[in-house]
Design a protein around this ligand. Sequence first.
Ligand SMILES: [Zn+2]
Length: 69
Amino acid sequence: MTEQIGARAEPSKVETCIVCGHERTAGIHIVGQFLCTECEHDIVVSDVTDVKYRYYIERMKQIWLAAIS
Ligand SMILES: [Zn+2]
């Protein structure tokens, strides 16, 4: 059994994903906003005709608009 004690060089920081709204430690940053790995993966595997994909694009658009305003 291994315990997650955050003893690594890069401490895991809990951040709120801008797409799913869940608190995650793993993810990427896009224009200063946090996107968790699960949502990132979802976007990558989503088909462009997928409703979910469009939802993500809408979310991303709002992030970018917020970032440039
Ligand atoms: Zn997410």
